[in-house]
Design a protein around this ligand. Structure first.
Ligand code: HEC
Ligand code: HEC
Length: 374
């Protein structure tokens, strides 16, 4: 481990000295947000994970309205590549307004849980549910097999999985979702200004590190220290991928609430499409312990999965219900967090931060550097 002494490097001829403001301890913590991109393995529960032909078919289907029973939506209608595979609307618009905001589909390979409430423990299940969800694409396994068999996608499908007529509709549905997952595993956000900074610190290249704006460095310091943000937004994805109450209201309207993780678990327990189930291609059923051992508790109510912050500058609005329009609103939400809104056994980590206006803008500026700007 490199230890740091004096970290100030002045670059001659520049008006503002380029320097590293972080303490050695903060530098150590910063290194934990990389390297980027992470090395991921093929998903053992999906036998076409990493298969080029499956990725190509998944890409075609992802952008094809044929997946929707009445050709109304493609996956890309709600997960638009222009917005880092999210959508610039508060709550997703399906056949009716859904309860939640469309999350970005970048950097999803290898996670333990999917969905805001973690209703899936693998990526192919998370890709299957929208196809049959009555207010999303509203197919049945039967209607999808028939649609696929009569389309130009039948040939590439059969080249991968064998003749359609020898497969049950449910098998066709699962295989289709596995091609969609194989495609989504290839969606990774690029290196950003933050990664250049982080990698330079790792190499001990203070000259390059010092070019990362001071305001972003101060924002990063707040993120690590007073803000306590890295308690949940940790690791290379800036997410622990676990479930927390971040103080966002969970009323969908006056009479309905979004149970978050509580509902996610209820769904998971009754789903045939988990790592513990027969549709997983992994004979060892690795990862299945998570489904088998997890229990619902009252604290799961209104808890949502910590979103990644990479590429998030392109995915406004924010939070599970899309209720916050931009980073400024998110930072102010944490700054002025309403403790009465948190459930009684809520998160002791969050408390009003008492940031100055300059600090709000530093923290916002830091979040911006986690996304690539053209
Ligand atoms: C009508 C809009 C809509 C359509 C169409 C749609 N999605 Fe989604 N998607 C959402 C919403 C909203 C969520 C969050 C759902 C939740 O939290 O339970 C989501 C969640 C996901 C997730 C989990 C992401 C994560 O971060 O865990 C994946 C994967 C996904 N969708 C893939 C797809 C695929 C593949 C298709 C096409 C078969 C598709 N979606 C079609 C709106 C949509
Ligand atoms: C206790 C864990 C926790 C802490 C601490 C925390 N967050 Fe979050 N963060 C979450 C969760 C959970 C969500 C989603 C909440 C929801 O949708 O209800 C979230 C959402 C966000 C989002 C929106 C991302 C998106 O795609 O919608 C941003 C930006 C964000 N947090 C930044 C921060 C910053 C900055 C801090 C520090 C001031 C912070 N978070 C502290 C757990 C946490």
């Amino acid at each position: 481990m490199i230890r740091w002494g004096v970290l100030t490097v002045a670059i001659c001829g520049q008006t503002a000295a380029a320097e590293v403001l972080l303490t050695p301890d903060e530098i150590d913590q910063t290194l934990s947000f990389g390297p980027w991109p992470p090395i991921t393995q093929n998903d053992p529960s999906n036998r076409v994970s990493g298969n080029a032909a499956a990725i190509a078919l998944g890409a075609t289907l992802f952008h094809d309205t044929a997946l929707s029973v009445d050709h109304r939506f493609a996956c890309s209608s709600c997960h638009d590549p222009t917005y880092s595979f999210a959508a610039p609307v508060r709550r997703a618009m399906g056949r009716e307004k859904l309860a939640r905001n469309s999350p970005s589909l970048m950097n999803l390979a290898g996670l333990r849980w999917y969905g805001w409430g973690g209703k899936s423990d693998n990526l192919w299940a998370a890709s299957l549910h929208p196809i049959i969800h009555p207010v999303e694409m509203a197919q049945t396994a039967d209607s999808w097999r028939e649609r696929l068999a009569n389309s130009a996608n039948a040939a590439p499908y059969e080249a991968l999985f064998g003749p359609l007529e020898s497969q049950t509709p449910q098998m066709v549905l699962v295989n289709t979702a596995k091609t969609l997952a194989a495609y989504q595993e290839t969606l990774v956000t690029p290196k950003t200004a933050f990664d250049i900074f982080r990698d330079a610190l790792e190499r001990g290249d203070l000259k390059t590190a010092g070019t990362y704006p001071h305001s972003a460095q101060r924002g990063l310091q707040l993120f690590l220290t007073r803000g306590n943000c890295s308690f949940c937004h940790s690791g290379p994805r800036f997410s622990n991928n676990e479930f927390h109450d971040a103080g966002v209201a969970y009323f969908i309207d006056e009479t309905t609430v979004d149970g978050g993780r509580y509902e996610g678990l209820r769904f998971l327990f009754s789903s045939p499409y988990t790592l513990a189930g027969d549709w997983s291609d992994d004979d060892a059923k690795s990862g299945a312990w998570a489904v088998r051992n997890v229990r619902q508790t009252h604290a799961d109510f209104g808890a949502f999965r910590t979103p990644s912050l990479r590429g998030a500058a392109h995915t406004a609005p924010y939070m599970h219900d899309g209720s916050l329009p931009d980073f400024d609103a998110v930072v102010r939400h944490y700054n002025e967090i309403n403790m009465e809104r948190m459930h009684t056994d809520g998160e002791a980590v969050l408390a009003p931060l008492d940031l100055t206006e300059a600090e709000v803008s530093d923290l916002t500026g830091f979040l911006e550097t986690l996304s690539l700007r053209e």
